[in-house]
Design a protein around this ligand. Structure first.
Ligand code: UDP
Ligand code: MG
Length: 319
């Protein structure tokens, strides 16, 4: 991929761009025209645009068929109903034939103008993926920003992986990163986490938040909350250990209290009868039950991880 006279590397492979779409009839024409401009900036590489229509109720599907009829580089997958952005990305990534692959939103919130920089960075070598990160969240409702920040704090505390705040699903990756991503066939997908899980060297590119080109966000507050819980439980089993920790704390505290009451009774014969000892015993038994739940949780977490059928490791290189 190295040009003889010019040291700037050239790309003779195929670039796959996966675009999940739900009700994007207004945004699609803008995206396609913007993408052609950006492709020219990248030196017109061979590319395929894979649009996944995630059960749109507007004219997105018809529009995609029309675009595809006029340009063989445009491909589409139409879902039978709405399965969610994660399913749409997975479907598109599985179909991608490219050497370099990227996932982009249809609404320009993953700015196509960043692609040439990402493309050059990947082409220069040294990294296997170039990821985009929003530096700011201007234009977003403050409650959503607050919850997103809190979510990343909790996720980073509970998970052994390091999640970058403001990270997008938008990243340009090499074939081997995509193959690794596809090795994780789990049903409850959190692609941003999967990218972290598979590893590989990543370069981050920061940008300021861009507002939607047209249409409205498809994420409700409730939808995002459910997605966050999915993310948390997909990449951390610590919540299952919480019962055990609380149980041990209860048992320990009540044991101290029981010993204290016993000594007071034996030496000073003035221990409180009735409710004090009852409460102590109650606390001890509740702690024991919580601890047992925690033990069950630990076994469950092992079963949970096994059912995901994740690979044991991902090899970056070998001779
Ligand atoms: N999307 C999708 N299925 C859904 C919701 C969203 O394919 O159920 C697509 C949507 O068309 C867009 C991208 O996912 O291309 C991001 O969605 P959106 O802009 O609504 O989310 P936000 O940017 O507000 O997080
Ligand atoms: Mg958006």
């Amino acid at each position: 991929m190295q040009d003889a006279q010019n040291t700037k590397p050239t790309f003779d492979g195929l670039l796959s761009v996966v675009v999940p779409c739900r009700d994007e009839e207004q945004a699609l024409p803008i995206f396609i025209s913007e993408f052609s401009k950006v492709a020219a900036q990248m030196g017109n590489p061979r590319f395929e645009l894979i649009f996944v229509d995630d059960g749109s109720s507007d004219a997105t599907a018809e529009m995609l068929k029309k675009f595809a009829a006029g340009d063989s580089r445009i491909r589409y997958i139409l879902f039978s109903r709405n399965f969610g952005k994660e399913a749409a990305m997975y479907a598109g990534l599985k179909e991608a034939k490219g050497d370099f692959i990227t996932v982009m939103d249809a609404d320009m919130q993953d700015p196509p103008s960043l692609l040439p920089r990402m493309f050059d960075a990947l082409l220069s070598g040294g990294v296997d993926s170039v990821a985009a990160r929003r530096r700011t969240r201007d234009g977003e409702p403050p409650a959503r920003t607050f919850c997103a920040r809190a979510f990343y704090k909790v996720l980073n505390t509970l998970s052994p992986l390091k999640f970058t705040e403001g990270a997008r699903d938008f990243r340009l990756m090499t074939r081997r990163v995509l193959d690794a991503v596809l090795e994780l066939p789990e049903y409850n997908r959190f692609t941003k986490g999967i990218y972290e899980w598979v590893g590989f060297k990543t370069k981050w590119i920061e940008y300021d938040n861009v507002e939607r080109s047209a249409g409205r966000t498809k994420w409700s507050f409730f939808g995002l909350a459910v997605y966050s819980i999915d993310a948390l439980t997909s990449f951390s089993t610590i919540p299952l250990a919480i019962a055990a920790v609380v149980g041990i704390a209860f048992c320990a505290l009540s044991s101290v209290a029981i010993v204290f009451l016993a000594i007071r009774q034996l030496i000073f014969h003035n221990s409180a009868f009735g409710w004090t000892s009852t409460v102590c015993i109650l606390f001890f038994l509740s702690g024991l039950q919580l601890f047992c739940l925690g033990v069950l949780g630990q076994y469950m977490s092992k079963i949970y991880l096994e059912t995901k059928h994740r690979p044991h490791y991902i090899v970056a290189e070998k001779n």
